[in-house]
Design a protein around this ligand. Structure first.
Ligand code: TRP
Length: 454
């Protein structure tokens, strides 16, 4: 079924910025810094770069091939390329993952709004470290406040998705991504010029390999997948809106570069500021909600207006980055529903938003009033995170690599990568080799290891 009114990205730059918008998100500014902090700094970053280059990019290219070849949603894509087989389950698991990730991701995205408004109303000034801690716990476990932000965030996502691919996703990404680059650069420059920031810069640049063990490799690969939005068809779906003359390999390299650049700059915001006030960087997931507001206050001690601006801009940055990612998750599910069940885009989007509100509310409550209700020993929030990040994404990534590496006709892959023979591609053999052997093996080793440790 060729569907001509399903939309396309209007320009190559727009397509790249949309895909980069999906990749750049809480994964870069929230998750990457705490993973770096917990795994020893520069050595972790080097291994992470290796994972992006050697595994992330080839799998991203495989997703682009599937999406651009079929011009349809992730389930329809597998049905088209492998009719009558069970491969469509890779697509179905992708759609389920989209619902799950969107639900718990929006909870944290909602927190960034609370912190942005707290920063705007000058609520950080004069608080002690203990008060930041207590304030975060009180907020994140309170029964209704986080729910309002969560719903607001999902509604914002919905409005952009309902406007369509070019007018919604593309124009929003084109507006927001440059703003995000400016914000993040300004904040990083501010942070590295603080007195005593040098120790933080050193932490990011001077690798200490004595701390590297297999856990560090696992963390780096997991982070690479999450940050590049791989393993569940997000980038397949976006590539289904690419034009015929989009250079897939070059686009993947651009997205990978932008994503990595933003993650490292986020490190340059957080660690120099933290070290300059003598705070250790290994606080874990609460790093940006408890440690950072405190860091901002102390770092700009005596310059309260700078602390104010810095905090407001930082949480604004987080919210924007999260929003360009939630729209990409939403689109996976919306495209599937409206194409496969032949209903309007707006109605499909409404179903997705409504179900994610319900799942998200349950996830949010499971951190507070419902914290005693455990499923397999986990809160509902942690369950959604675990099932997607630790099970579905690695499995999906490996299956996508196997699909393009082994199952898909090589002529199709070559035609897509060379745009029907009009581009010269030197890396074709290397990409296929990685998709066939390296990626499935590496992912399976990590997958099994994680399950045994978890
Ligand atoms: N990559 C985004 C981030 O870094 C999150 C995200 C969007 C994602 N789509 C995804 C993660 C698909 C995994 C799979 O925040």
């Amino acid at each position: 079924m060729e569907n001509n009114d399903r939309g396309k990205f209007g320009s190559k730059l727009g397509a790249i910025l949309a895909a980069a918008g999906s990749a750049v998100g809480l994964g870069n500014v929230w998750r990457f810094p705490y993973e770096t902090g917990n795994n020893g700094g520069a050595a972790f970053i080097l291994i992470y770069l290796g994972c992006v280059l050697a595994l992330g990019l080839p799998i991203m290219i495989a997703e682009f091939v599937i999406g651009r070849r079929t011009h349809t949603n992730i389930v329809g894509a597998f049905e088209k390329l492998a009719p009558g087989t069970q491969w469509k389950w890779v697509g179905r698991i992708g759609v389920i993952s989209a619902f799950f990730i969107l639900s718990f991701y929006s909870v944290i995205a909602g927190w960034t709004l609370e912190y942005m408004f707290e920063a705007i109303s000058n609520g950080f000034s004069g608080k002690t470290p203990g008060e930041f801690d207590a304030a975060f716990t009180a907020f994140s476990t309170s029964p209704w406040r986080p729910l309002i932000w969560l719903i607001l965030f999902l509604v914002a996502t919905h409005v952009i998705i309902a406007r369509g691919v070019e007018k919604g996703i593309e124009s929003f990404s084109k507006l927001m991504m440059p703003m995000l680059f400016i914000l993040i650069t300004v904040l990083a420059v501010c942070s590295v010029t603080l007195p005593g920031a040098g120790a933080g810069v050193e932490f990011l640049l001077k690798p200490d390999f004595s701390k590297v063990n297999s856990q560090v490799f696992l963390a780096a690969l997991g982070q690479a997948f999450f940050s590049l939005s791989l393993g569940m068809g997000t980038l397949c779906t976006y590539a289904s809106y690419f034009k015929k003359d989009t250079n897939l390999i070059r686009s993947a390299v651009s997205v990978g570069l932008i994503d990595t650049f933003v993650a490292i700059l986020a490190g340059f915001i957080i660690f120099p500021a933290a070290f300059s006030v003598g705070i250790e960087p290994d606080a874990g997931p609460s790093l940006i909600f408890i440690t950072l507001p405190n860091v901002f206050q102390q770092a700009f001690d005596g310059l309260p207006w700078l602390a104010y601006i810095f905090s407001v801009l930082f949480y604004l940055l987080l919210a924007v980055a999260a929003l360009t990612s939630t729209i990409s998750l939403h689109e996976v599910a919306t495209a599937y529903i409206y194409e496969e069940f032949k209903i309007s885009r707006k109605r499909a989007a409404l179903y997705v938003t409504a179900s994610c509100c319900v799942l998200g509310i349950l996830a949010s409550l499971s951190l507070g009033v419902g914290r005693d209700i455990l499923i397999f020993g986990m809160s509902f929030f942690d369950l959604l995170d675990f099932v997607t990040a630790k099970l579905f994404l690695p499995l999906g990534g490996a299956l996508i690599a196997i699909f393009v590496g082994w199952y898909l006709n090589k002529r199709i892959t070559r035609n897509e990568l060379t745009n029907e023979g009009t581009l010269k591609v030197n890396s074709y053999k290397a990409i296929i080799f990685i998709l066939r052997y390296v990626a499935p093996t590496a992912i399976m080793v990590i997958f099994i290891n994680e399950l045994l440790i978890a």
